[in-house]
Design a protein around this ligand. Structure first.
Ligand code: NAD
Length: 419
């Protein structure tokens, strides 16, 4: 019997998914035990001088799951509700993601409990620099390479790179990915996760002998990932009918123009009250009729409460962990296909890997080269997962996890256990 779990606890979800898949694939118990645990978890204090002269102390973390295949890799998240459990789930999922798409990294994740909306630019910079200093003993271009995640961006990566380089005494672009281009960033990195979501959506509909042309798409969370996915899906012929941010969303069954809604967001700081659409809540958005639903906001959005009401035919997970396992069961019972996060949003870490390779070589590629290589890796990974799922009658999620875990387990088998 698969283990049951509490809904909406990301770590419980990640661990139970791992336990269930490990049991199904008869993963050897010693490897199961190693992979269930973390190589290292660091909690740090981040004291910072605020603009009003006071000192505030923030809590920061870096979680490293498994480095069997290469350095740790994972984003840095700034969020007021961030917990260590969130980061453990995200770090473990990063291990599976890197393994699935065959890039030589292991999973990590980090962040600071703070609300960037309430911080000045100076405060944000000081938090970033002090946090970088605090985690410096366990990061490095060959050890652990951070990247952007929710509420962090290329400017924050630039501050991390500068702080690390100043402390080391030499310029070290390879310490982070998702950097600005002029300090060793890669062309195509900013849009890579969203472009990857679009490539994966195209691969998924191709299995039903269809194309993306004319399909209605709903996107929850029109941020970095969601808006890039929207832009590319619109270019590929889809109609984006609804989008949202944390403050709510908009819906027009006739279609929304990507450029027009981005312009509206720039002017007003949100999507609501866009003149050519109806205002809706994030809960309503998830239940809209559509061909493709892309959750691209936070984890735990599709739960047993709303899974029965979802009308999408295909879900492509742009966010990490947006669907709880109970919702997964309900959706698969309703024959709604889900492309799991570790495959659907792997474009970001793939191009991060390309950035790291370019930094190491001090030789930079053109955008077409980056995007073409991204497409090859993602399509190959999708085809492997799809073929495995068809052959074994498993869901795409179970198949993706089995393939990913098997590749990590094989590395342990060959490397053996030190000492
Ligand atoms: P982001 O901060 O740029 O965008 C997040 C969007 O979601 C924003 O529009 C925000 O307003 C919205 N949002 C936040 N809370 C919400 C809520 N409760 N309901 C609805 N909308 C909400 O972040 P991002 O980088 O686009 O990341 C989004 C998701 O994709 C996260 O789960 C992240 O872990 C995952 N992801 C990101 C990358 C990447 O390269 N940035 C790569 C892989 C996975």
């Amino acid at each position: 019997m698969p283990e049951k779990m509490e809904e909406n606890s990301p770590w419980q979800t990640a661990l139970t998914q791992f336990n269930n898949v490990s049991k199904r694939m008869n993963l050897p118990e010693d490897i199961h035990q190693i992979l269930k645990h973390f190589s290292r978890i660091l909690t740090v204090s981040v004291p910072v001088r605020m603009d009003n002269g006071s000192t505030a102390s923030f809590e920061g973390f870096r979680v490293q799951h498994c480095s069997a295949k290469g350095p740790y890799k994972g984003g840095i998240r700034y969020h007021p509700d961030l917990t260590l459990d969130d980061l453990k789930a995200l770090a473990m999922e990063m291990t599976w993601k890197c393994s699935l798409v065959d890039i030589p990294f292991g999973g990590a994740k980090g962040g600071v409990v703070c609300d960037p909306k309430k911080l000045s630019r100076g405060e944000l910079e000081r938090i970033t620099r002090r946090y970088t200093y605090a985690i410096q003993p366990i990061i490095g271009p060959d050890i652990d390479i951070p990247a952007p995640d929710v509420n962090t961006n290329e400017q924050i990566m630039a501050w991390i790179m500068d702080t690390y380089s100043m402390n080391k005494g030499f310029c070290s672009p390879g310490i982070v990915t998702g950097k600005p281009l002029n300090i060793g960033g890669s062309l195509g990195r900013a849009d890579a996760t969203g472009l990857g979501v679009a490539y994966i959506a195209a691969s998924a509909v191709r299995q039903n002998k269809k194309t993306l042309k004319g399909l209605n798409v709903v996107i929850q969370g029109y941020g970095n990932v969601g808006s890039a996915a929207g832009k590319f899906l619109e270019e590929m012929g889809c109609k984006i009918v609804a989008v949202s941010s944390s403050t709510g969303g908009i819906y027009n069954p006739g279609g929304l123009s990507h450029n027009a809604i981005i312009e509206h967001y720039r002017k007003t700081g949100g999507f609501r009250y866009f003149p050519h659409a109806e205002n809706i809540t994030n809960a309503e958005l998830l239940e809209l009729p559509c061909d493709v639903l892309i959750p691209a906001a936070m984890g735990g959005q599709i739960t047993k409460k709303n899974a029965g009401k979802i009308k999408a035919k295909l879900i492509v997970e742009g966010a990490n962990g947006p669907t709880t396992p109970e919702a997964d069961e309900i959706l698969s019972g309703r024959k709604i296909k889900i492309v799991p996060d570790i495959l659907a949003n792997a474009g970001g870490v793939i191009v991060s890997y390309f950035e790291w390779v370019q930094d190491a070589q001090c030789y930079f590629w053109c955008k077409n080269e980056v995007n073409a290589k991204l497409k090859i890796l993602l399509e190959r990974s999708f085809n492997d997962v799809y073929a495995f799922a068809q052959k074994n009658k498993y869901s795409l999620r179970t198949s993706a996890m089995m393939l990913a875990i098997k590749k990590v387990a094989d590395v342990f088998t060959v490397r053996g256990l030190y000492p």
